[in-house]
Design a protein around this ligand. Structure first.
Ligand code: HEM
Length: 457
């Protein structure tokens, strides 16, 4: 016999208000109070279910026909309605298989090496600039967005367009920030800001531009030697077995422009901030990078010797998971781990609080990269920065390879210092974003640390 998940004793209205006005604090309270999860009645809406137990999270993620992704609606649909991050069922499965070859081993190598070149060039510019201040989030966005556009979409969009994109993402972040609107009854209209409208139009326009250029290049017989994802999509347009709804390719390009860079940029911003606050970890990353990296840009071949740096990145993804939660909606009345979940329930799986729960991680608030010598991500059900199940992140291999090289290359040469309170004001949008950038000082690392090849262009 299944039972209901417990509800908090407070009234539904009060919980809705608490969720809407202080989502992170609310979820931390829920994580501490409920072993498996809670179902919160929300006036005028289906209940809000928060799962706090990683076993239940894993089960829900493995059942995409029952716990469905929430379709893009309203503002989100203005950017992309049906990209791989939003689509469901047959369309999702067709798209995932059309694109799968764009994420295999050779593509990971291409992505890692492109990241190596991009960060190496940026490091040379930083070295020329001497001691300076910068916005780390903007910097990391520029690196990851340019690499994503080059390797996934076949064209580096360049520094200027990357900067404009950063502004669009900020407007989108403000639009999608969790707040009271999130829990208002469905009939309350939700206006979109003019800044967001402009950002959505900008992202759609850039996507169309990239598609047009690539289509023209292919028509002129200029096939890339290593087909990128956009080329693969365009080549299947005439395939009778593949059916694209209207705007499908534009939706995929817009989706990958965002999904292909944003979380990686955020994770790097957080990892570099953590290194700035943990000098011993920074010293170890630097020593490893100096012993491993050569004079030229770092490459995928270097990864095998960057074990400590990988642990640092893994640990940063635990403490500051850029995807702070995964969302689903129950399609029909369902049972999950012996609990009844009502039809239409919004299901939130808060990676942020599960990753910091003492039941699953020893000393959960401590930044301890070496915890990953005592266990592995595969053995740790509570560790899910890339989600799991059929919708698990398709770009995980890209992110792990590229980010490790960025951390190693920059830490080898620079002291990047971030104020202690820089991450105190993080906003819950679909990702976890700093409210107003992360300002950092950049200075050449002390020469006493230099134990390997000197940094060079
Ligand atoms: C640190 C970096 C990254 C993190 C933390 C991250 C996280 C995630 C998470 C949690 C999901 C699952 C969402 C869900 O279950 O609903 C996801 C899905 C996805 N990610 Fe990532 N991601 C990262 C990097 C990337 C990159 C580099 C790409 C593209 C190359 C990418 C493309 C996607 C796509 C297309 C999906 C949807 C997959 C599907 O439903 O088939 N991600 N990501």
């Amino acid at each position: 016999m299944s039972r209901s998940l417990p509800a908090p004793p407070e009234s539904g209205v009060l919980n809705a208000l608490r969720f809407g006005t202080g989502t992170a604090r609310f979820l931390e309270g829920v994580q501490a109070r409920f072993e498996d999860g809670t179902a919160i009645p929300i006036p005028g809406r289906a209940p809000l279910v928060v799962l706090t137990n990683p076993e239940l999270v894993g089960e829900a993620l493995d059942r995409p026909d029952t716990f469905r992704r929430v379709p893009a609606q309203g503002a989100a649909a203005m950017i992309a309605q049906n990209g791989l991050v939003q689509s469901e069922g047959d369309l999702w499965s067709q798209q995932r298989s059309v694109m799968a070859p764009a994420f295999g081993g050779r593509q990971v190598t291409a992505y890692a090496n492109a990241t190596g070149r991009r960060v190496h060039d940026r490091a040379a510019e930083w070295a020329d600039a001497g001691d300076h201040e910068t916005d780390l989030h903007r910097e990391m966005t520029s690196i990851t967005l340019r690499v994503a556009s080059e390797t996934i979409l076949g064209e580096d969009i360049g520094a200027e367009r990357a900067d404009r994109f950063h502004g669009w993402m900020r407007a989108a972040g403000e639009e999608f920030e969790f707040g009271l609107e999130t829990v208002l009854p469905d009939w309350v209209p939700n206006a979109v800001s003019p800044e967001f409208e402009a950002a959505a139009a900008g992202i759609r326009g850039l996507s169309e531009d990239l598609i047009e250029k690539r289509r023209a290049a292919l028509a002129a017989g200029e096939a890339p030697d290593r087909p990128d994802m956009l080329t693969m999509l365009l080549r299947r347009e005439d395939d009778p077995e593949v059916e694209y709804p209207e705007n499908q390719i534009r939706d995929e390009v817009a989706t990958f422009l965002i999904a292909g860079h944003e979380t990686t940029a955020l994770s790097l911003t957080y990892a570099l901030s953590l290194l700035s606050w943990h000098p011993e970890a920074r010293r170890r990353v630097r020593a490893e990078a100096r012993a491993t990296l050569g004079e030229g840009p770092p490459t995928r071949d270097d990864l095998a010797s960057l074990e400590y740096t990988k642990r640092v990145y893994r640990e940063a993804l635990r403490l500051y998971s850029p995807a702070w939660a995964v969302f689903r909606r129950a399609d029909g009345d369902a049972e999950l781990g012996g609990y009844r979940i009502a039809d239409g329930s919004a299901v939130i799986m808060p990676l942020w609080t599960i990753h910091r729960d003492g039941r699953y991680f020893e000393d959960p608030e401590t930044f301890d990269p070496d915890r990953w010598t005592r266990t592995t991500p595969n053995e740790t059900a509570a560790y899910r920065p890339f989600s799991s199940g059929p919708h698990a992140c398709v770009g995980q291999g890209f992110a792990l390879a590229g980010a490790t090289l960025v951390l190693a290359r920059l830490t080898r040469e620079f002291d990047i210092d971030v104020p202690e309170d820089a991450l105190d004001d993080l906003r819950l949008t679909p990702t976890l974003r700093p409210a107003d950038g992360v300002s950092a000082t950049v200075a050449p690392a002390a020469t006493a640390d230099r134990t390997g090849p000197r940094a060079s262009r």
